[in-house]
Design a protein around this ligand. Sequence first.
Ligand SMILES: *Cc1c(COP(=O)(O)O)cnc(C)c1O
Length: 364
Amino acid sequence: MPNILTSRFLFGPGPSNCYPEAMAALAYPVLGHLDPVFIERLDRTCEGLRAVWGTSNARTLPLSATGSGGMEAAFVNSVSDGDVVVIAVNGLFGERMCEVARRCRATVVRVDHEWGQPVDAERVLSAHPNPKVIAAVHAETSVGVLSDIAALGAGKGDALLITDAVTSIGGLELRADDWGIDVGYAGTQKCLGVPPGLSPFTVSDHAFERRVKEPRSWYLDIGLLGGYVGAASGARTYHHTAPVAMIAGLEAALDRILAEGLDVVQARHHAAGTALQDGLQEMGLELFAAEGSRLPSLTTVKVPDGVSSAAVRSYLLENFSMEIGSGVGAYADRVWRIGMMGPNANPASVTLVLGALKEAIAKA
Ligand SMILES: *Cc1c(COP(=O)(O)O)cnc(C)c1O
């Protein structure tokens, strides 16, 4: 067994390598969840989250849940019995939105796209005359595709726009307010470079006013969670014990990202993703996602004919302590997914993964 504590390099779409600042913060003494110092740090964390979301929403907080919990919170607070939800589906996470909305007893109008293609805003906007909610994934991790959320926001009319920003937050341009995002959820383990476990969440005042008043979840009820962070009045009410260590990790990563400069961090992700995609094509490999909509943070590449996807992935893990992801669904064995997220989004990672992949394809 390799020493996974010190040497594992994860390029995969899962928990990728984390910023050292975040890992160091996790090792500090754990504050009490009511300690005034912790409260101050929770406030700072929410402020940092506003910066990476591109929002001034008072209700912006780290939910005590993973990205999927954020997805559930977005829907359970926005829709209930019979509400019409138009959902753009261009990969696994759009599919999952449909299932979550169905369980909220919404009327789901799904707009399917071929996997590998970006969301077609025109088709989504004309799918129903007056939905309560329109929902889409900004960065579809299952297929490596980036979609134009601003186009949905511009044409949404009276609908609320729910956006999944799990694989864009902290790495790609994200402007929740300018783009018209009403409810957004994300995760910490992708470009934010923090271990999994929290879901950065934001909700506009308008969406808060139109929320489901007694959602079928107590824990994720945003009406109660606003009090948890004192979002509206500054007054806090006990809701649940804050995961203080995780929040310390998130705070440290946000500090690090904002100190480096959000635009610099975004440019770093963009450069790494583009260099990786160019390099893969130079090796003779074919990219999966449509040109012009390729995600810098997660690249999908077709497994060449005659090559075993699984053998290459285990070769990389065993010989380079490097994880790349398999494809999803019908593409499980036909596509690899290579993350360039957080601290991994740099030129050295690109060189390393290209060289390692070349060797693995030749030898596995
Ligand atoms: C990873 C991911 C999720 C789910 O997040 P978890 O933290 O695994 O619950 C949701 N949406 C997208 C686009 C993702 O990449």
